[in-house]
Ligand binder design. Structure first.
Ligand SMILES: C[S@@+](CC[C@H](N)C(=O)[O-])C[C@H]1O[C@@H](n2cnc3c(N)ncnc32)[C@H](O)[C@@H]1O
Length: 370
């Protein structure tokens, strides 16, 4: 028999509503969680708690909207196997770099060697893609392209490509307060709302390459000390149609929200510099498609199709745990169409948002089963 609304809804879960003091930023962004900026992730401590509540010890977990890999990284910390799917090639690259097992000696030798050669002026610039010429000062452009040419010489090319993307993000001709989705290059000095003074656009990228090479190395080493030896698989593709390896104990995920974020676009510089495949037409809920009636209907179709595919890849008793702010009330229909039954629903107060995204904010955790 279906549960009543009262039985389903368990109100605000204080154990999951951490304050800034309980859970400072350095904890939320520990080790590889801060390997590269990514807008729209959930926090590892929430994922850890969801695993404890809803995933059998030592089990296998699936995240069909794996993004920057929070679920996968936490799975490794919690001793679970994990598979993550994402439509955005950059997100998959980032997840692979976060979750790969490294020979620490080779990793350190390669990263330090690439940096030393870069600082000696080695590497070739070649022809700059139009995007790179537009969005970087001439010196930054040379620095980044030279580092890009060196990255190919190493076994750990992908780690160096993440360093390159991170350096590129910081070196773009943009204001300090509009790093997520800058519209036009900023070529002149400007009044900076973030620093409350006049700031100048970035002119070179060499210091970023140095900083992020060393930071990436330190973060990968730190994670190697806490991760367990479990299997992680990253699948690049559309979660509606990608072939899932099957028999998971649980799905733990945070889906895209309708019309909020363009997930490819936020890392446009990486697609251009690294020549990554762009599958943005298949992104569900992309901001550029808006929130018209038709866009919401297509969002419901998309998420329902993904969850139906996940359901088929779950053990019979497996749970589907979804973290979402469903202010439009779309999820009852989505779950029904995916063949899932809502068993439990609790709310979390997200009270540590600061700056331009400040304000009261709640997230629901929906727990469903086939
Ligand atoms: C809210 S984010 C997930 C963030 C993730 N929980 C984290 O902590 O990094 C949603 C993700 O869904 C991905 N996505 C959108 N449409 C998709 C599709 N059709 N198939 C697979 N992934 C998709 C986006 O690229 C984005 O990375």
């Amino acid at each position: 028999m279906a549960a009543t609304q009262e039985q389903l809804y368990e109100g605000i879960d204080l154990d999951l509503s951490w304050s800034e003091r309980d859970l400072p930023e350095c904890e939320r962004t520990k080790h590889v969680h801060r390997l590269h900026p990514y807008l729209g992730k959930y926090i590892p401590q929430l994922v850890e708690q969801l695993f404890l509540r809803h995933v059998a010890r030592g089990g296998r977990v699936l995240d069909p909207f794996a993004g920057s890999g929070t679920t996968l990284v936490q799975a490794l910390e919690s001793g679970l196997d994990a598979t993550g799917v994402d439509i955005a090639a950059f997100n998959c690259l980032l997840m692979r770099v976060k979750t790969a097992e490294y020979n620490q000696f080779v990793l350190e030798r390669e990263l330090r060697d690439a940096l030393a050669r870069f600082e000696r002026g080695e590497g070739t610039v070649g022809e700059a893609p139009a995007y790179v010429e537009k969005w970087f000062a001439p010196q930054s452009c040379d620095d980044l392209l030279r580092f890009r040419s060196l990255a190919d010489d190493y076994e750990h090319t992908d780690v160096l490509r993440i360093v390159l993307a991170r350096g590129a993000r910081s070196a773009r001709l943009t204001t300090h307060f509009d790093l997520d989705f800058p519209r036009e290059p900023q070529t002149d000095p400007y009044w900076c709302h973030k620093h409350r003074r006049e700031c100048r656009p970035i002119e070179r990228a060499d210091h970023f390459v140095r900083r992020y090479t060393l930071d990436t190395l330190a973060r990968l080493k730190e994670f190697a000390r806490v991760r367990k030896q479990r299997d992680v698989t990253v699948l690049h593709g559309d979660a509606r149609s990608v072939e899932l390896p099957g028999a998971f104990d649980a799905v733990v995920t945070s889906p895209p929200y309708p019309g909020l974020i363009d997930y490819h676009e936020q890392h446009r510089y990486a697609y251009e510099l690294l020549g990554l495949t762009d599958l943005s037409p298949d992104e569900i809920g992309a901001a550029e498609r808006g929130t018209s009636k038709a866009a919401l209907a297509s969002y419901v179709d998309g998420i329902a199709a993904v969850l139906a595919a996940c359901r088929s890849a779950l053990h019979r008793e497996g749970s589907v745990v979804i973290v979402v702010n469903d202010r439009r009330g779309l999820y009852p229909e989505i779950l029904e169409r995916a063949g899932l039954r809502l068993e439990q629903r609790y709310q979390r107060h997200v009270n540590r948002r600061t700056g331009r995204r400040a304000g009261e904010y709640y997230e629901d955790v929906l727990v469903a089963r086939a």
